[in-house]
Design a protein around this ligand. Structure first.
Ligand SMILES: [Zn+2]
Length: 241
């Protein structure tokens, strides 16, 4: 599984800044690098970073990792902020259906854009003339992605629960540019609020950054293991029926 790890912000874009001056971009890079290490020490995964130092990378370039390479998933890492200082806890975001439908329509209209799709979809996009068929194929894929994103989020929340108090157990939907690629599933993880004094203190420490990265890694591992087993069981059933 090739996982694109996207450390939010960077360079001239610091992201959220806490009262004590802690910048989101620094936390996201540290957690992302740790996650990459964990993934790359596991034969099942290969992690790639959209940035590996404090530089500005446009959202378009970040999304190109999904469009131009054979990848399986994007995980964007962020840290949250709120005017309400008591708000705390991690959250996970996935793309709203409205936004992705708009992206699908744009893609079908603008035929020039190149993107990697699974073979079956590639075939329909290339050789079938019917626009509604193309839309249906992309919509079916979108439903699969959404199921996958929700399930994966649950696995990650299960791990977050072990290391911190969580206020959410389901992902939220949003119209976020980074999640708007129509050819790959993606999730955005807000690792905690840097505007909450207690959580900021934790997020600053290497130990907690390790714990967050580890929680995401175990969540990914559990999710993909379960998925492989159920795919295998399906194949077995087909074979013996
Ligand atoms: Zn952010």
């Amino acid at each position: 599984m090739i996982i694109v790890i996207d450390p939010g912000h960077g360079g001239q874009d610091p992201g959220a800044i806490s009262n004590q001056g802690l910048q989101e971009k620094k936390i996201t890079l540290k957690i992302a690098k740790k996650l990459k290490k964990l993934l790359n020490s596991d034969k099942f995964f290969y992690g790639i970073l959209t940035r590996n130092n404090d530089t500005y990378v446009s959202l378009k370039k970040r999304k190109n990792f999904l469009k131009n390479y054979h990848t399986n998933l994007l995980i964007s890492i962020h840290a949250d902020s709120s005017k309400k200082k008591y708000v705390s806890g991690p959250s996970i975001w996935i793309i709203s259906k409205n936004r992705i439908n708009r992206e699908i329509n744009n893609f079908i209209k603008n035929k020039k854009e190149k993107m990697y799709f699974p073979k079956k979809i590639q075939y329909i996009l290339k050789y079938k003339k019917s626009i509604s068929l193309k839309k249906t194929a992309l919509n079916l894929q979108l439903n699969n992605f959404q199921e996958m994103e929700i399930s994966l989020s649950n696995y990650i929340f299960q791990q977050f629960k072990k290391i911190t108090k969580i206020n959410k157990t389901q992902p939220n939907y949003a119209s976020l540019e980074i999640l708007s690629s129509i050819n790959r599933p993606s999730i955005l993880i807000e690792t905690g609020f840097i505007t909450n004094i207690k959580e900021e203190k934790k997020l600053k420490t290497i130990q907690y950054q390790n714990k967050i990265a580890h929680a995401i890694y175990i969540g990914l591992k559990n999710f993909f293991q379960k998925r492989c087993i159920s795919n295998f069981e399906k194949k077995l059933k087909k074979h013996f029926n």
